[in-house]
Design a protein around this ligand. Structure first.
Ligand SMILES: *Cc1c(COP(=O)(O)O)cnc(C)c1O
Length: 395
Protein backbone atom coordinates (compact mmCIF):
# COMPACT_ATOMS: atom_id res chain seq x y z
CA UNK A 1 0.00 0.00 0.00
CA UNK A 2 1.22 3.51 -0.74
CA UNK A 3 1.75 5.56 2.39
CA UNK A 4 4.06 8.17 0.92
CA UNK A 5 1.68 11.14 0.85
CA UNK A 6 0.43 13.00 3.85
CA UNK A 7 -2.50 15.41 3.57
CA UNK A 8 -3.34 18.90 4.79
CA UNK A 9 -5.34 17.58 7.70
CA UNK A 10 -3.04 14.61 8.36
CA UNK A 11 0.30 16.07 7.26
CA UNK A 12 2.59 13.35 8.63
CA UNK A 13 2.74 10.27 6.37
CA UNK A 14 3.39 6.82 7.78
CA UNK A 15 7.13 6.32 8.27
CA UNK A 16 9.01 4.43 5.57
CA UNK A 17 10.27 1.07 6.73
CA UNK A 18 12.47 -1.50 5.04
CA UNK A 19 11.20 -4.15 7.47
CA UNK A 20 7.65 -5.45 7.65
CA UNK A 21 5.25 -6.04 10.55
CA UNK A 22 4.80 -9.71 11.45
CA UNK A 23 1.21 -9.10 12.48
CA UNK A 24 -1.38 -7.89 9.97
CA UNK A 25 -1.79 -4.13 10.51
CA UNK A 26 -5.21 -2.94 11.58
CA UNK A 27 -6.66 -0.74 8.82
CA UNK A 28 -9.67 1.17 10.14
CA UNK A 29 -9.72 3.56 7.18
CA UNK A 30 -13.15 3.79 5.57
CA UNK A 31 -11.87 5.53 2.45
CA UNK A 32 -8.81 5.01 0.30
CA UNK A 33 -7.20 7.81 -1.70
CA UNK A 34 -6.09 7.26 -5.30
CA UNK A 35 -3.56 9.24 -7.31
CA UNK A 36 -5.58 9.89 -10.47
CA UNK A 37 -8.92 9.10 -12.11
CA UNK A 38 -6.95 6.84 -14.47
CA UNK A 39 -5.77 4.85 -11.45
CA UNK A 40 -9.37 4.52 -10.24
CA UNK A 41 -10.41 3.26 -13.69
CA UNK A 42 -7.63 0.70 -13.61
CA UNK A 43 -8.75 -0.45 -10.18
CA UNK A 44 -12.47 -0.71 -11.04
CA UNK A 45 -11.65 -2.50 -14.28
CA UNK A 46 -9.55 -5.04 -12.40
CA UNK A 47 -6.23 -4.13 -14.05
CA UNK A 48 -4.80 -3.18 -10.65
CA UNK A 49 -6.00 -4.01 -7.18
CA UNK A 50 -6.88 -1.57 -4.43
CA UNK A 51 -9.58 -0.41 -2.08
CA UNK A 52 -11.95 2.53 -2.32
CA UNK A 53 -14.56 2.32 0.43
CA UNK A 54 -14.65 -0.07 3.39
CA UNK A 55 -18.24 -1.24 2.86
CA UNK A 56 -17.03 -2.72 -0.42
CA UNK A 57 -13.93 -4.28 1.09
CA UNK A 58 -10.92 -3.61 3.27
CA UNK A 59 -7.61 -5.36 3.95
CA UNK A 60 -8.56 -6.90 7.30
CA UNK A 61 -11.71 -8.50 5.86
CA UNK A 62 -9.78 -9.83 2.89
CA UNK A 63 -6.95 -11.27 4.96
CA UNK A 64 -9.45 -13.03 7.23
CA UNK A 65 -11.56 -14.30 4.33
CA UNK A 66 -8.48 -15.74 2.56
CA UNK A 67 -7.48 -17.52 5.79
CA UNK A 68 -10.93 -19.13 6.08
CA UNK A 69 -10.91 -19.94 2.33
CA UNK A 70 -7.70 -21.89 2.92
CA UNK A 71 -9.25 -23.86 5.77
CA UNK A 72 -12.45 -24.64 3.85
CA UNK A 73 -10.87 -25.22 0.44
CA UNK A 74 -12.92 -22.38 -1.06
CA UNK A 75 -11.94 -19.33 -3.10
CA UNK A 76 -13.21 -15.78 -2.92
CA UNK A 77 -15.37 -16.13 0.19
CA UNK A 78 -16.45 -12.99 2.02
CA UNK A 79 -16.51 -12.03 5.66
CA UNK A 80 -19.71 -10.40 6.91
CA UNK A 81 -20.81 -8.64 10.09
CA UNK A 82 -22.30 -11.79 11.70
CA UNK A 83 -23.16 -15.40 11.02
CA UNK A 84 -26.75 -14.35 10.40
CA UNK A 85 -25.71 -11.73 7.86
CA UNK A 86 -23.80 -14.50 6.05
CA UNK A 87 -26.92 -16.71 6.02
CA UNK A 88 -28.99 -13.73 4.86
CA UNK A 89 -26.54 -12.74 2.10
CA UNK A 90 -26.58 -16.31 0.75
CA UNK A 91 -30.35 -16.65 0.76
CA UNK A 92 -31.31 -13.17 -0.36
CA UNK A 93 -28.40 -12.76 -2.74
CA UNK A 94 -29.26 -15.98 -4.59
CA UNK A 95 -33.02 -16.53 -4.25
CA UNK A 96 -35.92 -14.64 -5.78
CA UNK A 97 -39.67 -14.46 -5.25
CA UNK A 98 -41.25 -17.68 -6.48
CA UNK A 99 -38.30 -19.86 -5.48
CA UNK A 100 -38.59 -22.50 -2.79
CA UNK A 101 -35.90 -23.30 -0.24
CA UNK A 102 -35.82 -26.40 1.91
CA UNK A 103 -34.14 -26.21 5.33
CA UNK A 104 -33.07 -28.74 7.91
CA UNK A 105 -35.69 -28.87 10.68
CA UNK A 106 -33.18 -28.17 13.47
CA UNK A 107 -31.41 -25.12 12.05
CA UNK A 108 -30.01 -22.37 14.29
CA UNK A 109 -32.91 -20.40 15.80
CA UNK A 110 -32.55 -17.20 13.76
CA UNK A 111 -31.99 -19.16 10.54
CA UNK A 112 -35.28 -20.89 11.29
CA UNK A 113 -36.96 -17.55 11.83
CA UNK A 114 -35.59 -16.24 8.53
CA UNK A 115 -37.02 -19.34 6.83
CA UNK A 116 -40.37 -19.27 8.58
CA UNK A 117 -41.12 -15.53 8.70
CA UNK A 118 -38.96 -13.29 6.58
CA UNK A 119 -38.38 -15.20 3.35
CA UNK A 120 -42.10 -16.08 2.94
CA UNK A 121 -42.97 -12.40 3.50
CA UNK A 122 -40.80 -11.62 0.47
CA UNK A 123 -42.37 -14.30 -1.69
CA UNK A 124 -39.75 -17.01 -1.20
CA UNK A 125 -41.47 -20.24 -0.15
CA UNK A 126 -39.79 -22.35 2.51
CA UNK A 127 -40.26 -25.68 4.24
CA UNK A 128 -38.33 -27.85 6.67
CA UNK A 129 -37.49 -31.55 6.76
CA UNK A 130 -35.18 -33.95 8.59
CA UNK A 131 -31.67 -33.68 7.09
CA UNK A 132 -30.60 -37.04 8.56
CA UNK A 133 -33.16 -38.64 6.21
CA UNK A 134 -32.47 -38.02 2.50
CA UNK A 135 -35.76 -39.64 1.45
CA UNK A 136 -37.68 -37.21 3.68
CA UNK A 137 -35.75 -34.28 2.20
CA UNK A 138 -36.36 -35.54 -1.34
CA UNK A 139 -40.09 -35.90 -0.64
CA UNK A 140 -40.17 -32.22 0.42
CA UNK A 141 -38.65 -30.94 -2.85
CA UNK A 142 -40.80 -28.94 -5.25
CA UNK A 143 -40.25 -28.10 -8.92
CA UNK A 144 -39.23 -24.59 -7.84
CA UNK A 145 -36.82 -25.70 -5.10
CA UNK A 146 -33.60 -23.80 -5.68
CA UNK A 147 -31.63 -24.38 -2.48
CA UNK A 148 -31.24 -26.70 0.50
CA UNK A 149 -29.78 -25.22 3.71
CA UNK A 150 -28.52 -27.56 6.41
CA UNK A 151 -26.11 -27.70 9.32
CA UNK A 152 -23.80 -30.72 9.63
CA UNK A 153 -24.41 -31.26 13.34
CA UNK A 154 -27.67 -29.87 14.66
CA UNK A 155 -28.33 -27.73 17.70
CA UNK A 156 -28.88 -28.85 20.43
CA UNK A 157 -29.56 -32.56 19.91
CA UNK A 158 -26.39 -33.03 17.80
CA UNK A 159 -28.00 -35.07 15.03
CA UNK A 160 -25.70 -35.56 12.02
CA UNK A 161 -27.07 -34.63 8.58
CA UNK A 162 -26.55 -36.96 5.64
CA UNK A 163 -24.52 -34.38 3.74
CA UNK A 164 -23.20 -36.88 1.21
CA UNK A 165 -26.69 -38.14 0.39
CA UNK A 166 -27.96 -34.56 0.17
CA UNK A 167 -25.05 -33.55 -2.09
CA UNK A 168 -25.92 -36.34 -4.56
CA UNK A 169 -29.60 -35.44 -4.41
CA UNK A 170 -28.84 -31.77 -5.06
CA UNK A 171 -26.48 -32.61 -7.93
CA UNK A 172 -29.08 -34.87 -9.57
CA UNK A 173 -31.83 -32.26 -9.24
CA UNK A 174 -29.83 -29.10 -10.00
CA UNK A 175 -30.37 -27.65 -6.52
CA UNK A 176 -27.81 -25.61 -4.57
CA UNK A 177 -26.59 -27.18 -1.33
CA UNK A 178 -25.68 -24.60 1.33
CA UNK A 179 -24.00 -25.94 4.46
CA UNK A 180 -23.64 -24.00 7.71
CA UNK A 181 -20.38 -25.50 9.01
CA UNK A 182 -20.26 -23.52 12.29
CA UNK A 183 -20.43 -26.47 14.73
CA UNK A 184 -18.17 -28.85 12.86
CA UNK A 185 -15.62 -26.37 11.47
CA UNK A 186 -13.17 -27.24 8.68
CA UNK A 187 -10.98 -28.99 11.26
CA UNK A 188 -13.55 -31.80 11.39
CA UNK A 189 -15.40 -31.43 8.10
CA UNK A 190 -15.06 -29.64 4.76
CA UNK A 191 -18.42 -29.42 2.96
CA UNK A 192 -16.89 -28.37 -0.38
CA UNK A 193 -15.01 -31.69 -0.49
CA UNK A 194 -18.37 -33.47 -0.19
CA UNK A 195 -19.87 -31.47 -3.07
CA UNK A 196 -21.56 -28.59 -1.24
CA UNK A 197 -22.08 -25.46 -3.36
CA UNK A 198 -21.95 -22.94 -0.52
CA UNK A 199 -20.30 -22.90 2.91
CA UNK A 200 -21.43 -20.57 5.69
CA UNK A 201 -19.93 -19.84 9.11
CA UNK A 202 -20.70 -17.95 12.21
CA UNK A 203 -17.06 -16.89 12.69
CA UNK A 204 -18.26 -15.58 16.07
CA UNK A 205 -18.04 -19.13 17.39
CA UNK A 206 -15.08 -21.51 17.12
CA UNK A 207 -13.12 -19.83 14.33
CA UNK A 208 -12.64 -16.53 16.20
CA UNK A 209 -13.05 -18.42 19.44
CA UNK A 210 -12.82 -15.80 22.18
CA UNK A 211 -16.39 -14.42 22.41
CA UNK A 212 -15.21 -10.95 21.51
CA UNK A 213 -16.31 -10.55 17.89
CA UNK A 214 -19.50 -11.11 15.89
CA UNK A 215 -18.65 -12.13 12.32
CA UNK A 216 -19.74 -14.44 9.51
CA UNK A 217 -18.32 -16.01 6.36
CA UNK A 218 -19.99 -17.06 3.11
CA UNK A 219 -18.34 -18.76 0.16
CA UNK A 220 -19.83 -20.23 -3.01
CA UNK A 221 -17.85 -22.61 -5.22
CA UNK A 222 -19.23 -20.88 -8.34
CA UNK A 223 -17.72 -17.38 -8.78
CA UNK A 224 -20.92 -16.10 -10.41
CA UNK A 225 -22.90 -17.02 -7.29
CA UNK A 226 -20.14 -15.62 -5.09
CA UNK A 227 -20.39 -12.29 -6.93
CA UNK A 228 -24.16 -12.20 -6.29
CA UNK A 229 -23.62 -12.87 -2.58
CA UNK A 230 -20.91 -10.20 -2.42
CA UNK A 231 -23.02 -7.61 -4.24
CA UNK A 232 -26.01 -8.20 -1.96
CA UNK A 233 -23.79 -7.94 1.14
CA UNK A 234 -22.18 -4.70 -0.06
CA UNK A 235 -25.48 -3.14 -1.14
CA UNK A 236 -27.21 -3.92 2.13
CA UNK A 237 -24.18 -3.07 4.27
CA UNK A 238 -23.49 -6.46 5.84
CA UNK A 239 -19.82 -5.52 5.96
CA UNK A 240 -17.56 -6.55 8.84
CA UNK A 241 -15.62 -4.04 10.93
CA UNK A 242 -11.81 -4.02 10.46
CA UNK A 243 -11.20 -4.37 14.19
CA UNK A 244 -13.45 -7.44 14.44
CA UNK A 245 -11.67 -8.99 11.45
CA UNK A 246 -8.31 -8.22 13.00
CA UNK A 247 -9.33 -9.84 16.30
CA UNK A 248 -10.76 -12.86 14.49
CA UNK A 249 -7.53 -13.30 12.55
CA UNK A 250 -5.67 -13.34 15.85
CA UNK A 251 -8.10 -15.95 17.16
CA UNK A 252 -7.77 -18.02 14.01
CA UNK A 253 -4.01 -18.36 14.54
CA UNK A 254 -4.74 -20.83 17.36
CA UNK A 255 -7.90 -22.34 15.93
CA UNK A 256 -6.54 -25.83 15.23
CA UNK A 257 -5.00 -26.10 18.69
CA UNK A 258 -8.15 -24.84 20.35
CA UNK A 259 -10.36 -27.18 18.39
CA UNK A 260 -8.27 -30.22 19.23
CA UNK A 261 -8.17 -29.39 22.91
CA UNK A 262 -11.89 -28.62 23.16
CA UNK A 263 -12.76 -31.77 21.24
CA UNK A 264 -10.59 -33.95 23.49
CA UNK A 265 -12.26 -32.36 26.53
CA UNK A 266 -15.68 -32.98 24.96
CA UNK A 267 -14.97 -36.69 24.44
CA UNK A 268 -13.84 -36.97 28.07
CA UNK A 269 -16.82 -34.98 29.36
CA UNK A 270 -19.37 -37.03 27.39
CA UNK A 271 -17.96 -40.28 28.77
CA UNK A 272 -17.78 -38.83 32.28
CA UNK A 273 -21.35 -37.53 32.27
CA UNK A 274 -22.58 -40.96 31.19
CA UNK A 275 -21.20 -42.42 34.45
CA UNK A 276 -22.88 -39.88 36.77
CA UNK A 277 -26.06 -40.78 38.65
CA UNK A 278 -28.69 -38.12 37.95
CA UNK A 279 -27.82 -37.88 34.24
CA UNK A 280 -30.60 -39.45 32.18
CA UNK A 281 -28.81 -39.44 28.84
CA UNK A 282 -25.79 -38.01 27.06
CA UNK A 283 -25.66 -36.94 23.42
CA UNK A 284 -22.31 -36.90 21.65
CA UNK A 285 -22.11 -37.87 17.97
CA UNK A 286 -19.05 -40.10 18.33
CA UNK A 287 -20.46 -42.20 21.19
CA UNK A 288 -21.87 -45.67 20.58
CA UNK A 289 -25.23 -44.68 22.13
CA UNK A 290 -25.76 -41.79 19.65
CA UNK A 291 -28.27 -42.53 16.86
CA UNK A 292 -25.96 -41.10 14.18
CA UNK A 293 -22.62 -42.52 15.37
CA UNK A 294 -21.92 -44.40 12.13
CA UNK A 295 -22.55 -41.31 10.01
CA UNK A 296 -20.58 -39.10 12.39
CA UNK A 297 -17.61 -41.45 12.02
CA UNK A 298 -17.97 -41.54 8.24
CA UNK A 299 -18.22 -37.74 7.92
CA UNK A 300 -15.94 -36.53 10.69
CA UNK A 301 -13.36 -39.31 10.56
CA UNK A 302 -11.40 -39.38 13.77
CA UNK A 303 -12.74 -35.98 14.78
CA UNK A 304 -15.83 -35.09 16.75
CA UNK A 305 -16.96 -31.68 17.89
CA UNK A 306 -16.76 -29.64 21.04
CA UNK A 307 -20.49 -29.84 21.75
CA UNK A 308 -22.01 -32.26 24.25
CA UNK A 309 -25.66 -32.32 25.28
CA UNK A 310 -27.17 -34.13 28.25
CA UNK A 311 -30.36 -34.45 30.20
CA UNK A 312 -30.64 -34.23 33.97
CA UNK A 313 -33.32 -36.05 35.90
CA UNK A 314 -35.62 -33.72 37.79
CA UNK A 315 -36.76 -30.86 35.55
CA UNK A 316 -36.38 -27.10 36.14
CA UNK A 317 -35.51 -27.38 39.86
CA UNK A 318 -32.59 -29.65 39.05
CA UNK A 319 -31.58 -27.35 36.17
CA UNK A 320 -31.47 -24.28 38.46
CA UNK A 321 -29.43 -26.17 41.06
CA UNK A 322 -27.07 -27.37 38.34
CA UNK A 323 -26.20 -23.94 36.90
CA UNK A 324 -25.90 -22.49 40.43
CA UNK A 325 -23.40 -25.19 41.38
CA UNK A 326 -21.48 -25.15 38.08
CA UNK A 327 -18.85 -22.83 39.50
CA UNK A 328 -16.48 -21.38 36.91
CA UNK A 329 -18.64 -22.25 33.88
CA UNK A 330 -20.60 -19.48 32.18
CA UNK A 331 -24.33 -20.14 31.82
CA UNK A 332 -24.49 -18.21 28.56
CA UNK A 333 -26.14 -18.99 25.24
CA UNK A 334 -23.13 -19.09 22.94
CA UNK A 335 -20.56 -21.64 21.85
CA UNK A 336 -16.95 -21.93 20.83
CA UNK A 337 -15.50 -19.71 23.56
CA UNK A 338 -12.16 -20.55 25.22
CA UNK A 339 -14.18 -21.37 28.34
CA UNK A 340 -16.90 -23.99 28.71
CA UNK A 341 -20.39 -22.49 28.39
CA UNK A 342 -23.75 -24.00 29.27
CA UNK A 343 -26.98 -23.39 27.44
CA UNK A 344 -30.46 -24.41 28.52
CA UNK A 345 -32.68 -24.56 25.40
CA UNK A 346 -35.99 -24.60 27.33
CA UNK A 347 -35.29 -21.11 28.76
CA UNK A 348 -33.33 -19.66 25.82
CA UNK A 349 -33.00 -20.89 22.22
CA UNK A 350 -36.18 -22.99 22.26
CA UNK A 351 -38.29 -21.02 24.73
CA UNK A 352 -40.78 -20.05 22.01
CA UNK A 353 -41.84 -23.68 21.63
CA UNK A 354 -44.64 -25.18 23.71
CA UNK A 355 -43.36 -27.62 26.37
CA UNK A 356 -44.93 -30.54 24.48
CA UNK A 357 -43.13 -29.52 21.28
CA UNK A 358 -39.84 -29.35 23.16
CA UNK A 359 -40.44 -32.74 24.75
CA UNK A 360 -41.10 -34.17 21.28
CA UNK A 361 -37.71 -32.85 20.17
CA UNK A 362 -36.10 -34.40 23.25
CA UNK A 363 -35.46 -31.12 25.07
CA UNK A 364 -36.93 -31.36 28.53
CA UNK A 365 -36.40 -28.86 31.39
CA UNK A 366 -33.37 -30.94 32.42
CA UNK A 367 -31.74 -30.67 28.99
CA UNK A 368 -28.44 -28.79 28.65
CA UNK A 369 -26.07 -28.15 25.78
CA UNK A 370 -22.42 -27.74 26.69
CA UNK A 371 -19.89 -25.96 24.51
CA UNK A 372 -16.72 -27.46 25.89
CA UNK A 373 -13.75 -25.13 26.34
CA UNK A 374 -10.02 -25.37 26.87
CA UNK A 375 -9.87 -25.95 30.64
CA UNK A 376 -7.66 -28.61 32.23
CA UNK A 377 -9.62 -31.83 31.99
CA UNK A 378 -9.62 -33.00 35.62
CA UNK A 379 -10.97 -29.80 37.24
CA UNK A 380 -13.49 -29.45 34.42
CA UNK A 381 -14.92 -32.93 35.00
CA UNK A 382 -14.93 -32.24 38.74
CA UNK A 383 -17.17 -29.19 38.32
CA UNK A 384 -19.66 -31.37 36.44
CA UNK A 385 -19.50 -34.08 39.11
CA UNK A 386 -20.32 -31.51 41.81
CA UNK A 387 -23.00 -29.68 39.80
CA UNK A 388 -24.78 -32.88 38.77
CA UNK A 389 -24.72 -34.03 42.41
CA UNK A 390 -26.24 -30.68 43.45
CA UNK A 391 -28.94 -31.06 40.80
CA UNK A 392 -29.69 -34.56 42.04
CA UNK A 393 -30.02 -33.27 45.59
CA UNK A 394 -32.54 -30.64 44.44
CA UNK A 395 -34.61 -32.89 42.17
C1 LIG B 1 -24.47 -18.65 16.11
C2 LIG B 1 -24.87 -19.35 14.86
C3 LIG B 1 -25.34 -18.63 13.76
C4 LIG B 1 -25.48 -17.12 13.78
O1 LIG B 1 -24.25 -16.50 13.95
P1 LIG B 1 -24.10 -15.02 14.59
O2 LIG B 1 -22.65 -14.74 14.43
O3 LIG B 1 -24.56 -15.12 16.02
O4 LIG B 1 -24.97 -14.13 13.79
C5 LIG B 1 -25.67 -19.32 12.61
N1 LIG B 1 -25.57 -20.66 12.56
C6 LIG B 1 -25.13 -21.39 13.62
C7 LIG B 1 -25.04 -22.87 13.50
C8 LIG B 1 -24.77 -20.76 14.80
O5 LIG B 1 -24.34 -21.47 15.85
Amino acid sequence: MKNSKGSLIRPVPLPDSISRPVVTPLSPSVVYASDTPDDLDAQYEGRTSGYTYAREGHPNADVLARRIDLLEGGTGGIVTSSGMSAVTAVMMGLLKAGDHVLGGDQLYGRSLRLMKQDLPRLGIATSLADPTDVAAMEAALRPETRMILVEVVSNPTLRVADIEGLASLCKARGILLAVDNTFTTPRAYRPFDAGADIVIHSVTKLLAGHSDVTLGYACAADPVLQKAIYDFAVTTGLTASPFDCWLAERGLATFNLRFDRAEANAVALADHLATLPGVKRVLYPMRADHPDQARAKALLGARGCNMVSFELEGGRKAANAFTRAADGLAFAPTLGDVGTTLSHPASSSHRALAPAEREALGMSEGFFRVSVGLEEEAPLLEVFTRAVAAARGAA
